[in-house]
Design a protein around this ligand. Structure first.
Ligand code: S3P
Length: 170
């Protein structure tokens, strides 16, 4: 029987990569972080891809990676914050996956991303708090299509447990 994947989507700083790693360790599934995969393939940081080739080049990478991962199984896939908002990416990855959207309030996101590692050029702006509010608003409907997992005031372990319970319940 085919093993499903688990796909985590949601805004930057909602804990997709941290929770994804824990989930993979708990389930014995493999773990893939799409941002890391793109950096490994391209050979440049996300900030450099955005600066040198523009955001569209990064989004093209996301399309390539989504199509590729859709053919795999038994993976926990932590996706970049916008990847699953693209219809084609979402259609490809949703075929054989439980998809969860992690959420957090804007101020929690700002706090969690205080020590950013350069993988979020969209927030490398003079007023990141305002950028977070604006992007969240723009993306609200897109994220809202997926089952929501609230992460405010929860540890990554608690969020992981919640997702495991949801998967067992389906
Ligand atoms: C992005 C989120 C980032 C990364 C890139 C763009 C976005 O990933 O893919 O900076 O548009 O939301 P994380 O969600 O893992 O921070």
């Amino acid at each position: 029987m085919r093993k499903w994947n688990v796909v985590l989507t949601g805004f930057m700083g909602t804990g997709k990569s941290t929770v994804g790693r824990l989930l993979a360790a708990r389930s014995g599934y493999g773990f893939v972080d799409t941002d890391e995969l793109i950096v490994a393939r391209d050979g440049r940081s996300i900030a450099d891809i955005f600066r040198e080739d523009g955001p569209a080049a990064f989004r093209r990478w996301e399309t390539v990676i989504s199509q590729e991962l859709a053919g795999r199984e038994g993976l926990v896939i932590a996706t970049g914050g916008r990847l699953m908002l693209d219809e084609a990416n979402a259609a490809a990855l949703s075929q054989n996956a439980h998809v969860f959207c992690l959420t957090a309030r804007p101020e929690v996101v700002l706090d969690r991303l205080a020590d950013d590692d350069g993988r979020r050029p969209l927030l490398d702006v003079p007023d990141p708090a305002q950028a977070i509010e604006r992007l969240m608003e723009e993306r609200r409907a897109g994220y809202g299509r997926f089952p929501q997992i609230y992460t405010d005031n929860k540890t990554a372990q608690q969020v992981t447990e919640e997702i495991i319970q949801c998967i067992f319940a389906t």
